[in-house]
Write a protein that binds this ligand. Structure first.
Ligand code: ZN
Length: 225
């Protein structure tokens, strides 16, 4: 008695390529001891483990098609049943459609609040950042700014991503905004929807994101929708 149950920090991350979403998701998850759940990872895992949904996903991907909402929702729902998500989680790459977002609300119905973080960065800044983005020429990992010339994983030489030409980048951003707009509209009226200014030093983004998520996690249930 009297022991306060810590609130769960259930987070969905949104943000265009170049916004620093991956880094911030990683940091937040690590600081709070939460699993960072990226759809790419759990999809690969489901396929690797040969779960029924994983097998369906594999057949779809082998045929060069996109995994359906239904299968994606099933795989995420299975992942969110694991014990390590009790204190919360950071979801990256899901939901991608309104159907997925609606299903996530159902999954979250009896759990803590779902905080949606949208990292916002002006397009010119994204273009500049993406043009400067480098990867390792040997192992292909994305290079954080701290790596000056060599890969911190394998020592390989860092190179600019060849697909990051200005036109390609512009197109990627256009696709992102087209696909994400309905999701942002789906969430934007909620008190648990938080837009974060991503055009700041990464540490400042981390701090404001942390404060926003904590505040939003305290929104009472009846005020959430
Ligand atoms: Zn490398």
């Amino acid at each position: 008695m009297g022991q306060q149950r810590p609130m769960a920090l259930n987070v969905v991350m949104l943000g265009p390529p170049g916004a620093g979403k991956g880094t911030q998701a990683e940091r937040f998850a690590r600081t709070h001891g939460l699993p960072k759940i990226s759809t790419g990872d759990i999809l690969r895992e489901a396929v690797h483990n040969g779960t029924p949904l994983g097998c369906i996903a594999k057949r779809t991907m082998d045929a060069g098609e996109l995994v359906s909402d239904e299968v994606m929702i099933g795989i995420v729902a299975e992942r969110l049943k694991r014990d390590d998500t009790c204190p919360g989680f950071v979801l990256d790459g899901f939901p991608r459609t309104v159907v997925q977002a609606t299903a996530l609300d159902e999954i979250m119905d009896k759990r803590g609040p779902l905080v949606v973080v949208d990292i916002v960065v002006p397009e010119e800044v994204l273009l500049r950042r993406l043009a400067a983005r480098r990867i390792c020429g040997s192992c292909g990992v994305n290079a954080p700014v701290e790596w000056v010339t060599a890969c911190g994983n394998c020592g390989g030489r860092l190179v600019h991503r060849t697909d990051d030409g200005n036109e390609v980048v512009r197109e990627r951003l256009k696709v992102y905004h087209r696909e994400t707009k309905p999701i942002v509209e789906f969430y934007s009226g909620r008190p648990t929807f938080q837009q974060i200014d991503g055009n700041q030093p990464p540490d400042v983004v981390t701090t404001s994101m942390d404060a926003a998520i904590r505040a939003a996690s305290l929104v009472p249930k009846e005020a959430r929708l």
